[in-house]
Design a protein around this ligand. Sequence first.
Ligand code: NDP
Length: 445
Amino acid sequence: MQDVVEKVYEQVVTRNRGEVEFHQAVHEVLESLGPVIAKHPHYAEGALLERIVEPERQIMFRVPWVDDAGQVHVNRGFRIEFNSALGPYKGGLRFHPSVNAGIIKFLGFEQIFKNALTAQGIGGGKGGSDFDPHGRSDAEVMRFCQSFMTELARHIGPSTDVPAGDIGVGGREIGYMFGQYKRLRNSYDAGVLTGKGLAWGGSLVRTEATGYGTVLFAQSMLATKGESLEGKKVLVSGAGNVAIYAIEKAQQLGATPITFSDSSGYVVDEAGVDLELLKQVKEVERGRVADYVERRPGARLVTGGSVWDVPGDVALPCATQNELNGDAAATLLRGGCGVVSEGANMPSTPEAVEAFQKAGILFGPGKAANAGGVATSALEMEQNAGRTRWDFATAEAKLTGIMADIHDSCVAAAEEYGRPGDYVLGANAAGFTRVADVMIAHGIV
Ligand code: NDP
């Protein structure tokens, strides 16, 4: 790392003690900026780097709610409004017991550059709570969401900050939060949240967008080598929104996804995942992966290890951060994996990324490969603003075009800074320069 960026990184570690995921995300971006700053030293002037690693605003709040038995619980809510150079803060809400300030900060930081890559005029933010929706009734989830929104509503708005879903936040939660926002504000601001239901301002393809985009990114990377996904064995982790629609798009492109997982274990289905059954178990019944295996002869449930122990051609990590470590990367490489496209945010540890890059395989980092979700959220905002609704084919064509542009921007930036084929450098450099140029234009703010 260059001296100038090293100093900024050390300050981040000192000022944000214990926030290890945030340190990791900042390190990965700053490390890539060496060649950018060597070529354009003005990016290190005016404390631009120091400003870009400091959130514009961080909000933490109490979320009290009452369960079905009448017991009172207190969770913690977060919203980090990280950077508004390019537009209103935009980024999801995560409900998971592991959520803390450092995790939300890492996600918000990644979001700045991801959103810049989409070229759609959206800033970076993220939020959530340590609330665990697993095993909670609809009524409990509703009361939690209403309490969470009661505080959040004063900080967000269609031109200020536009949250969406993430782990543990899907259409049900967005619905309860939108209902409460509308009630508090007495205003039908459809553009205040994305990921809405189709009957009340949602966009076709938003549900599918992140998973589809991750696979489209893998397809674009393969195309640079004259290859495609056709006939390839695909390993997917997770069994949520991103994983399910990554499996769907991979199947549409002629590949065979053979794995998925949740926190109870992973499933190997060598015949190819039965997508209808998986959707029934996960989307309709909100069940566990074991429920799939019970109804699918030939599929097996494994409760130790990870999906990365299974040999395959393409890996799509779609669960959570740091789910793929250096050992898993070595196992994947031994098993013949030649492509990794990250559906989750920062799922590969630094050791895993290094192993993939050393081996020279195609590696698409999350901030580029999973940007299809937020890109389609921006399309949802566009439709809300125009009070219009596009059909599936129109929205999907726009998503496909945006993913191709993101891929090409990464390729061009990697070439410009002397590391052709390095999508990590390409994504960080292309995203950073777009945000940095506008921050310079806006002055010291
Ligand atoms: P979901 O809640 O729909 O699904 C998450 C899946 O990952 C579940 O199968 C869950 O299993 C598993 N998982 C989550 N945390 C853990 C953990 N600590 N250990 C093991 N398994 C875990 O979330 P999404 O599919 O929306 O999000 C998945 C990833 O994609 C996240 O990293 C998210 O930030 C990223 N992402 C999502 C976008 C979106 O549009 N939804 C956009 C861009 C990125 P279990 O149910 O057992 O916990």
